[in-house]
Each structure stands twice: as structure tokens, then as C-alpha cells.
Design a protein around this ligand. Structure first.
Ligand SMILES: [Zn+2]
Length: 67
């Protein structure tokens, strides 16, 4: 997928739109790890620039140690 510095070009329909919060899928969710995902305003296709990284919870599931 072509990425310009300030724009995103939809892979599917070729629509070009501004990078920024306006079309960003995840703007400020509390588990956000710096992902950057947009929905194309024209064809609604999801465009992932930086995928969501899973949080690495260092502790094991709690009920493993509680018995
Ligand atoms: Zn599109």
C-alpha cells in the first residue's frame, strides 16, 4: 500500500485522504500501543498502517497460582 507522509492512499479504490484523526479508526483507546488504522471514507475498506500490537501482560493468568 502506498503511503505518503501526510496522506493515505486506499489500496482498494485508490482514494487519497489525509492522515489524521478524522478518518482514524482508533484515535485514543486506552490500550492503544501506537497503532494507526483508518477506514477509507470512500469504500470503507480498512487500511492498516501500523497494526495493533498486543499488550504483553507479564503475569500469568491469575487463577493458575490461587489454588
Ligand atoms: Zn477505498
Amino acid at each position: 500500500m502506498p503511503i505518503e507522509e501526510h496522506h493515505v492512499i486506499c489500496d482498494k479504490c485508490g482514494f487519497k485522504f489525509e492522515r489524521g484523526l478524522k478518518y482514524k479508526h482508533c484515535s485514543n483507546c486506552y490500550v492503544c500501543t501506537g497503532c494507526e488504522i483508518y477506514y477509507c471514507p470512500q469504500c470503507d475498506d480498512r487500511i492498516v498502517i501500523k497494526p495493533i500490537r498486543k499488550m504483553n501482560f507479564s503475569s500469568k493468568p491469575k487463577d493458575e497460582n490461587t489454588i
